[in-house]
Structures are given as C-alpha cells and as structure tokens.
Design a binder for this molecule. Structure first.
Ligand SMILES: C[S@@+](CC[C@H](N)C(=O)[O-])C[C@H]1O[C@@H](n2cnc3c(N)ncnc32)[C@H](O)[C@@H]1O
Length: 480
C-alpha cells in the first residue's frame, strides 16, 4: 500500500483507515465541483453478454460484431478491439475452446471475469503485462470480501462457481477457497460499467476506485468514459475530508437504501443521511408513503398508534387503512399485468395500464413520491418507443420537480432528465424551452461528465443549434 500512497500523493489524495468502515480515500487538497479526483482502467472487465444480447469485449459496442472463431464465446467489433485484448484473450481463448458446447453456455460474464482475473495475474507475474502501483494483483488481494457475513447458500454457490473456474483455468496449485472469496470480493467491490446515459454495459473491477466508500449523500460521482472509470467531485471537497460516491440509487427511503446496501454489499451504512433520524421519518413517508386525503393539503401521513389508519402530519386528517390497502392491492394487480404487457411488446395495452396505475397512485401517493415517479419513468419509456413525443414530453416535465427534489445538486440523473426534456421540446419545435432544458442539462452534466466526451460534445452542439434556430426564428419574425 506504500507504493499506492506514493502514487496517490501527487494527485492530491491519501489513504486512511477508519475502524467502522475500513480503508478510505481522503482529499489531501481541496477539490471543486467538476474536477476529476481519480480515474482508473479496469484490472479486468466483461460486457453484459447474454444469449439475447452481445457486446464487443473491447469497447462494449453492439455494432458490427463478429464472434471469435476459435472460442465462440467472445465478440469483437473490429481488429483494434481484438488487438487491445489479445494478450489476455489468447490464453482465455485456448481454455474456452476446450470446453464442450454445454459447458460454454455456463460461462457467464461473472465466471469470465474471474477467469480473466487469474489470467491477468499470471501475465503480470510473467511480466507479459506491466505491473504499476495502480495496476497490480496486490490491490485485488487487499479488497474486502465480507466472507464471514455470507450465508450458507451463497457460500455453496460461490464454491460451485469456483469449481467451474478451476476447471476452465487448469492452473497448478490454485486455491478454490481463494477463488470463492474473490467472487465475494466481486460482489462487494466490482462496478457496473455504464454509458454516458447510465445504461449498463458491463462489469469491471477497479481496485483503487474500490477504496472509495459509500455515502447516501456523496460528494463525488463515478462515471465511465468507455471502460475508464472517472470519479469527479460534485461538491467542494475540503482538504482532509473523505471522498465518497453512492453505490446505490439514492432516491429511496433509508430503510430501502440500507436494505439494498446490506443485501448487495454486506454492510450497514453509517453515512450522515442514514444517521439523521427525525428528518428521515418525514422524508421516507414522502418518498415511499401516502398522501393526505385532502387534495389541497401537501402533508405526509404516519401510522396512528392504534394502527387503524394514517394521520396527516400537517392537517391531522385520518386516512382509513382499509381504503389504502384496497387501492394498493389494485395497483399491485395492475402493475403485474402492465409488466407482462410491456415485456411481451404489447405497448398500447401497457400504456393504458400504466395510466390507470398513475391515476390510482395519485390518489394515495405524495406528489413527491418516488413510486409515482417510477410509473412516470415507465410511461415515458414506452411513449418514446411508440414515438408519442407530445405525451412523452408532458410526462417528462412531470418528473422534473420530483427529480429536482430527490437528486439535488449535480446529479447525473437530473442532468439526463433535462437533456431528454430538451430533446423532446426541440423535436416538437418548442425551441425556447429546449434551450432552457439543454442549458440546465449542460450546467449539471459538465460537472458530472466533464466536457470532452463525444456525448457532451453532442449535447453542447444541440444547445448551440437550438440557439441558432431561436435567433433565426426571431429574425424571421422581425422581418415579417
Ligand atoms: C468497495 S469497499 C470500500 C473500501 C473499503 N472500506 C476497504 O477497506 O476496502 C466497500 C466496503 O467498505 C465499507 N463501507 C463503505 N461505505 C461504508 C459506509 N457508508 N458505512 C459503513 N461501511 C462502509 C463496507 O465494509 C463495504 O463493504
């Protein structure tokens, strides 16, 4: 770790260890919103390839793919990506090619990532791939695994997966227990690699980025430029304070966030947001609870002590538990049907069902409820697929106030939602509104995504084009 400390120092970073959360990354100088704190290439990564969708192993793109003719498992979009991966894939390819057809089907992305991890370690040990302070297997060894917190069922699954990896690798002196522990390390430390619009593309292990702890109110954000993981400050991070990112969706009540963190990452979060008790009860009731039965009241409800109903914390009106239970069960039945319709491609029927869900949710959910927000997101997604732009814009606009509230400050999801709104407004000829939305998107995304990626260049170009169009419209109006 001394070597790593030495390489972090010139970047204005330092490592520390806290008793309640282990290693942490600290700022050794002030960082400001939009500044890159650290970036790292993956130690290993794999695309989300499945039987239904394939991606290039080098750049994760979906176009012009050709399957490796020897192993029939890995895809490439062209020779440059194939060359980039060649040193490692040469070994992997020989191993995968030896497997029979049925066995090859069991080589999931996670199994492949483990195989690649051991092959990369071997290549670094043999000096085929260079070792640096930020790129070496010791960093993988130092990752937390939480092995003692894993239940029997999960342990058994990791043991079976480790056996399969061993069978593929056929390396002498390999420790099956260590492979199983590494699967647990993947679960606690690996990151989902996303595109600029936060759509999942694959998974990667970034052992230095993995030192950054979680906060439900993070001061930094992790985004990807291709496979490169980039952490940017979204707040002023004063010298000596801890750098934090969020591992999970922050638009959720503390109970939900803590449950997800415990299930997926095996820890109980001790961040400031999780420790704020009163505000949190109110916040959770707004995000995932019920609204007052008086439509003019914006109060949130809490359960009555005798459990008969819910009391509005603003006007005191009581809402009957049975009434809420009935609506909630109707919503559940409709949601099951809507999900079936949308996954079977029956989008028109799905729209009708989601609109009915929205109507019922408006009766019971607080206007800032994330449950209602998820329904709007689903409606927006389907309306976009159906190219119903006007309706899509109306729904997109509804989501903005909720997004503003649940993703405050420089949050990529808020920036992306403004971007979607702007694109719809521009398409529908509402140029002035499009300029406002693109500007808001730029203000946020230049901090979270930087300005040099093709994605940001496209957004900046759209804003420029919209401005030109607006001034053209204005001058044509003045001329006539
Ligand atoms: C990706 S690692 C982060 C680095 C880790 N602290 C280490 O020592 O390697 C995730 C682990 O760090 C700890 N951790 C991260 N954020 C935490 C938080 N907000 N509260 C408590 N523990 C946390 C948990 O043990 C978690 O499983």
């Amino acid at each position: 770790m001394e070597e790593l400390q030495a390489s972090l120092q010139p970047r204005g970073l330092t490592l520390s260890t806290f008793p309640d959360k282990g290693r942490s990354l600290l700022a050794a100088r002030d960082f400001y919103p939009g500044e890159v704190i650290i970036s790292q290439e993956p130690y290993v990564c794999v695309p989300n390839n499945s039987l239904t969708e394939s991606r290039c192993d080098g750049c994760f793109s979906k176009s012009n793919l050709k399957k490796c003719s020897a192993c029939h498992v890995v895809w490439y979009c062209g020779s440059s990506c194939q060359k980039l991966e060649w040193k490692l894939h040469r070994l992997e390819c020989q191993l995968l090619a030896k497997l029979d057809k049925e066995r090859r089907k069991s080589v999931t992305p996670t199994i492949r990532m483990m195989v690649k991890l051991y092959l990369r370690r071997k290549l670094q040990n043999e000096n085929v791939i260079p070792v640096t302070a930020m790129d070496n297997y010791n960093l993988v060894e130092a990752l937390v695994s939480h092995m003692s917190d894993i239940d029997e069922k999960q342990l058994l699954l990791y043991a079976q997966m480790a056996n399969l990896v061993n069978l593929i690798l056929q390396l002498p002196n390999i420790d099956i227990k260590e492979i199983a522990e590494n699967f647990s390390k993947f679960a606690c430390n690996a990151h989902t690699i996303c595109d600029s619009e936060l759509r999942s593309l694959g998974t990667g292990l970034y052992p230095v980025i993995s030192i950054i702890n979680h906060s439900c109110l993070p001061n930094a954000v992790l985004v990807f430029e291709g496979r490169l993981a980039v952490v940017r400050a979204v707040q002023h991070i004063p010298k000596d304070s801890e750098v934090s990112i969020s591992y999970v969706e922050t638009a959720a009540s503390t109970i939900t966030r803590q449950k997800t963190l415990k299930e997926q990452y095996l820890f109980t979060c001790i961040c400031v947001r999780c420790n704020k008790l009163y505000d949190d009860i109110q916040e959770s009731a707004i995000l995932e609870g019920y609204r007052c039965r008086d439509n003019g009241c914006s109060g949130f409800l809490l359960r009555e002590s005798d459990e008969k109903g819910f009391v509005c914390q603003q006007c005191g009106l009581i809402r009957n538990k049975e009434e809420i239970r009935k609506i909630a069960s109707d919503i559940k039945a409709l949601s099951d049907k809507a999900l079936k319709c949308s996954s079977s491609g029956n989008l028109q029927e799905a729209i009708v069902l989601y609109k009915n869900i929205e109507k019922l949710q408006k009766e019971v959910c607080h206007p800032f409820s994330i449950i209602l927000m998820r329904t709007w997101e689903k409606l927006l997604e389907i309306l976009m697929q159906l190219e119903e732009w006007k309706e899509a814009l109306a729904i997109c606009r509804l989501t903005i106030p909720v997004y503003e509230r649940v993703y405050p400050g420089f949050h990529p999801l808020l920036g992306l939602q403004y971007y979607s709104c702007g694109k719809l407004e521009w398409l529908l000829g509402e140029t002035d509104d499009a300029i406002k939305s693109f500007t808001k998107a730029v203000d946020i995304l230049r901090i979270t995504h930087g300005t040099s990626t093709p994605f940001m260049k496209e957004l900046l170009m759209k804003l420029e084009e919209a401005r030109v169009e607006a001034s053209f419209k204005l001058s044509s109006r003045e001329d006539s």
